[in-house]
Write a protein that binds this ligand. Structure first.
Ligand SMILES: *[C@@H]1O[C@H](CO)[C@@H](O)[C@H](O)[C@H]1NC(C)=O
Ligand SMILES: *[C@@H]1O[C@H](CO)[C@@H](O)[C@H](O)[C@H]1NC(C)=O
Length: 180
């Protein structure tokens, strides 16, 4: 008797889950499309108008060049052209963290929050590895919202300009994304 009673919640759960699957609305054929986005990312770490701010110090074991342990919070401007005064298209909001000990290699965890045109209000989420001194860095797009819901894709980053003294940089992004 007791074992059967224990099974009851599981049986109910199975019944409920099959009920929800069978009662779901008839399937619409959603067409997936591939979009290409091209923009420039302005990482300003110097001066009073910095948009990327380190919030931790390097780990004691860090090589001077690796920034291992440094977590930077950013709200970086995205523009249509390399000129920071060109048409703004959004912000890159999130963190990059020094996660490599033997070179400069960041973990990037950021949301590309678009503010222009038809993508205004839509967001792409990026989670990937970014060794910024490499000529091309590839980072996965792991999801999105708004017009980009269910998105997946790939971002290629190339440094357009880098000031080695201040660390300020302008990075060209080419993003290919599949979404509905
Ligand atoms: C910060 O931005 C303001 C307004 O755009 C500008 O006038 C000022 O020169 C900037 N300061 C620095 C240090 O870049
Ligand atoms: C983007 O959307 C916001 C909120 O709906 C609106 O205030 C803003 O004017 C829009 N920007 C552009 C460039 O369309």
């Amino acid at each position: 008797m007791a074992p059967n009673l224990l099974l009851l919640p599981f049986l109910l759960l199975i019944l409920l889950s099959s009920a929800t699957t069978t009662s779901s609305s008839p399937k619409k054929t959603l067409k997936e499309k591939l979009s290409h986005l091209h923009f420039y990312f302005h990482d300003v770490v110097s001066g009073r108008n910095a948009t990327a701010v380190p919030v931790t110090k390097p780990a004691a074991s860090s090589q001077p060049f690796s920034a291992f342990g440094v977590i930077t919070i950013m709200d970086d401007l995205l523009t249509e052209r390399p000129d920071p005064n060109s048409q703004p298209v959004g912000r890159a909001q999130g963190i990059y963290a020094g996660a490599a000990q033997d070179e400069l290699g960041f973990l990037m965890a950021m949301n590309l929050a678009f503010t222009a045109g038809k993508y205004n209000g839509s967001v792409l989420s990026v989670l990937g590895r970014n060794p910024p001194l490499h000529p091309v860095r590839e980072m996965p797009i792991v999801g999105g919202s708004g017009l980009f819901r269910f998105a997946r894709g790939d971002a290629l980053a190339r440094t357009h300009w880098l000031d080695f003294t201040t660390g300020d940089a302008i990075v060209e992004y080419n993003v290919h994304v599949l979404h509905y």
